[in-house]
Ligand binder design. Structure first.
Ligand code: AFP
Length: 331
């Protein structure tokens, strides 16, 4: 019989107050995901131009789309009813202080893959839940809480708005996948996992000339196939939405790479440490895989700023270790 998300969360989290707070917060994020999925389902109608650029640039210097803003607001509205002390979002410059007695810090990329909104391709919401440590309910203290290393996360996950609305989640006890069926998220028959190694890689190949020689060398060996050093034929996939690539990797295996490169503003890669890399890395490790910046496991890195970028390499453990080996070679 199918297990509902609520039942799954109760079994994993009802033991103590902080667990209950995480459970309520995940369920509130599910409510916002339904609002976002509903908006996307009518995108393109006259009154629903959610891929339109509105306003200026977000905190990361990316252009803001109408759905970025809608998603951010939907999440704030839902989590405001729960014990969340502060909300950090890729769409906000600063912390948003919510419940002074709240025990949690929530960091979110409200709409990942926004350049795909008008292409009818999968996009998503990524979240990370951390424990509040600061006693004082003041921006500077709560900011320090958002900068905890990812290994402190209590839960993380991502929703994908695609052919199905779905959720891949960890509460630190393995990883589980759910799809929205009617009004409830229900556990899927197959469960996300990561085998030791694979024959798929995901990278934006158009940047090859900008990468460091070590990254070029690794990908070249994948391209060389059976006749090359890796002695394996590889397939390549790149969705342009981290959530969709991550979903596929949890289903089929593979390695995802967004390394640093020599373009302006890409010297630390493209993805954000606390909104994207940390939550994905927590899921990956809970599934038996590996996530690093090419040198150091993501979950061990102490963030220096809330919008910090980081090179992100994740997926099957042996593939990521092999990339790290190449990365450490002198060019
Ligand atoms: P947008 O949300 O601005 O579309 O960025 C998506 C993203 O952060 C991530 O989901 C993708 O993996 C990555 O950027 C794609 O980046 P490129 O466009 O450089 O390939």
């Amino acid at each position: 019989m199918s297990v509902s998300l609520t039942h799954y969360l109760s079994q994993n989290l009802d033991q103590d107050e902080i667990g209950k707070a995480v459970k309520d917060t995940v369920l509130s994020l599910c409510n916002s995901s339904k609002i976002i999925a509903q908006a996307l389902s009518v995108n393109g109608l006259t009154d629903a131009q959610f891929g339109d650029q509105i306003g200026g640039l977000n905190a990361d210097g990316d252009s803001q789309k109408a759905l970025d803003v809608l998603a951010d607001k939907a999440i704030i509205q839902e989590i405001s009813n729960y014990p969340v002390a502060a909300y950090f979002s890729e769409e906000q410059d600063e912390a948003l202080l919510l419940d002074k007695n709240g025990s949690l810090i929530v960091c979110v990329d409200p709409l990942d893959g926004s350049s795909n909104i008008d292409n009818n391709l999968s996009v998503g919401t990524i979240f990370s839940i951390l424990p509040r440590q600061a006693e004082l309910f003041e921006p500077d203290y709560l900011m320090a809480d958002a900068l905890q290393p990812g290994k402190n996360q209590l839960a993380s996950g991502f929703f994908v708005y695609g052919p199905q609305t779905s959720l891949i989640l960890t509460t630190g006890n393995g990883i589980a996948g759910f799809i929205l069926s009617g009004d409830d998220f229900v556990q899927m028959e197959w469960q996300p996992s990561l085998q030791e190694s694979s024959d798929q890689f995901a990278i934006n190949m158009s940047n090859m000339r900008h990468w460091a020689p070590q990254a070029r060398d690794y990908i070249q060996k994948c391209l060389d196939g059976l006749e090359g050093a890796f002695a394996r034929n590889y397939n390549m996939r790149w969705c342009g939405s981290l959530v969709a690539d991550a979903w596929r990797i949890f289903r089929q295996g593979g390695i995802f790479l967004y390394p640093e490169d020599n373009r302006q503003n890409y010297h630390a890669g493209r993805l954000r440490l606390i909104y994207e890399a940390n939550p994905i890395a927590f899921l990956v490790e809970q599934a038996g895989g590996r996530a690093s910046d090419g040198k150091t496991p993501i979950l061990q890195i102490k963030p220096q700023a809330i919008h910090q970028r980081i090179p992100l390499i994740f997926g099957c453990r042996k593939d990521v270790l092999n990339y790290e080996l190449h990365h450490s070679n002198k060019p």
